[in-house]
Design a protein around this ligand. Structure first.
Ligand SMILES: [Zn+2]
Length: 111
């Protein structure tokens, strides 16, 4: 199965599950921030669109309210099942690499 086909299938599955929410948000390739190879932060935003906010879940480590989606493998993957909700502090302990920390800091300064 081609990557393109997989993507189409996941998008149509998503529409079935969550049509109202999806319709109210910018969509996939039409969205101006869409990238073929998204960086970590961009991909996290895409996860929010697919899985909802991490804050609707409990942190898998400490059971407090989660804040972020963190990747089980600590690398960027396109698989939603690789992501777990974590609170900010457990997330940082779990998977923040130096390069990603720099991005976060950059992002915070911008806001
Ligand atoms: Zn936690």
């Amino acid at each position: 199965m081609s990557e393109e086909t997989k993507k189409k299938m996941s998008i149509s599955a998503l529409k079935r599950d969550n049509t109202k929410r999806i319709n109210s948000l910018p969509r996939g390739e039409n969205h101006h921030t869409w990238k073929k190879n998204p960086d970590h932060l961009t991909f996290h935003k895409r996860i929010y669109r697919k899985l909802g906010k991490a804050s609707q879940h409990k942190c898998v480590d400490c059971s407090k309210q989660a804040k972020d989606w963190s990747n089980k493998k600590r690398i960027l993957t396109q698989k939603m099942e690789d992501y777990e909700p974590r609170c900010r502090s457990c997330h940082m302990k779990y998977d923040m690499t130096d390069s990603w920390k720099k991005k976060i800091i950059k992002n915070l300064k911008r806001n």
